[in-house]
Design a protein around this ligand. Structure first.
Ligand code: R5P
Length: 294
């Protein structure tokens, strides 16, 4: 088995290769003088299972393009099976045409990747309107979840927590994590006016006065959802507010989150960031171990 990456997720790729006793060989990615793309494998992939470990953040568009080019090249070089491991899979939030004329990014991404890969493994993809990865990809896909790891983290670090989903889409994560540790769960309802303007109201009331609140969302992008939820929890008397994001994009930085009353921000290492405290590598290792055996 060969483990490679297009530049993101290097740490995870190296750890996986070591644990799987596989060859780690990063790709050479650069450009010709005119800006054209250049890619080179540094190891012979002929007859080998080739795993492309690549979170689609930072640089989601380039990540998709690079992954397609790498997968097509691996196929052309005779790889036996091409597996994409995308701890964070971008494009999934655009899962319908919200306004006339818009592209449905997730469908296009799924269609183009399906042509050149055999399998995709990801963690907590944004499955909201889609039921499963089968609605997006025409090849086999595995959606792993970081929920057990998040539950373990909360159990170890936070006393008598109340778990809050900042909107209905995230409540699936909040509810499951709460169930695993026997905590109460609450949910907010979000109205989104634009990419950076949201408003939340509480719809599943649980007393928050003096409580340790844990906000859980799959994605922290601009951070406005978490910030609005934190302000609401604070106004209801929360003692501490921990914001847990599976995929921490932090496109506007973390300042606004702390200003909103969040005491601590925690993320998984699906996307590398200083807030990473939950390691998802064991989930990916178990899945790739099965792939290696087959
Ligand atoms: C929404 O559908 C997701 O679950 C997140 O709530 C959303 O992506 C967060 O975005 P932002 O951080 O920009 O408010």
């Amino acid at each position: 088995m060969i483990i490679t990456t297009c530049g993101n997720s290097v740490k995870i790729a190296k750890v996986l290769a070591k644990k799987l006793h596989a060859t780690y060989s990063p790709l050479i990615l650069s450009s010709f003088p005119d800006g054209d793309f250049y890619l080179k494998f540094n190891v012979d992939v002929k007859g080998k299972k080739t795993v492309l470990v690549q979170s689609f953040q930072p640089h989601p568009n380039a990540s998709l393009f690079n992954t397609i080019m790498a997968a097509e090249t691996a196929r052309d070089l005779g790889a036996k099976k091409i597996i994409v491991v995308a701890p964070y899979l971008a494009f999934m939030r655009q899962d319908k045409r919200f306004n006339p004329g818009e592209a449905i990014n997730s469908k296009i991404m799924g269609k183009h990747l399906s042509v050149c890969i055999d399998n995709i493994i990801t963690i907590d993809p944004h499955l909201h309107r889609y039921k499963s990865l089968r609605d997006v990809f025409q090849v086999s896909g595995k959606a792993l979840t970081a929920n057990p790891l998040i539950a373990e983290y909360i159990k170890k670090k936070i006393k008598h927590p109340v778990i809050i989903g900042p909107d209905w889409e995230s409540y699936q994560w909040a509810e499951e994590v709460a169930g695993r540790i026997g905590a109460e769960a609450s949910c907010l309802e979000k109205t989104r006016f634009s990419s950076r303007k949201v408003k939340v109201k509480i719809i599943k009331a649980v007393p928050l006065q003096g409580r340790n609140c844990v906000l859980i969302d799959d994605i922290i992008s601009t951070g406005n959802t978490m910030a609005a939820a934190a302000k609401k929890a604070k106004s209801l008397g929360a003692k501490t507010i921990t914001a847990i994001g599976i995929h921490g994009l932090f496109v506007d930085g973390v300042q606004k989150l702390y200003k909103s009353g969040i005491t601590k921000i925690v993320t998984t290492n699906c996307i590398e960031h200083p807030t990473n405290e939950i390691d998802v590598t064991p989930l990916l290792f178990e899945e790739l171990k099965k792939e290696k055996k087959n």
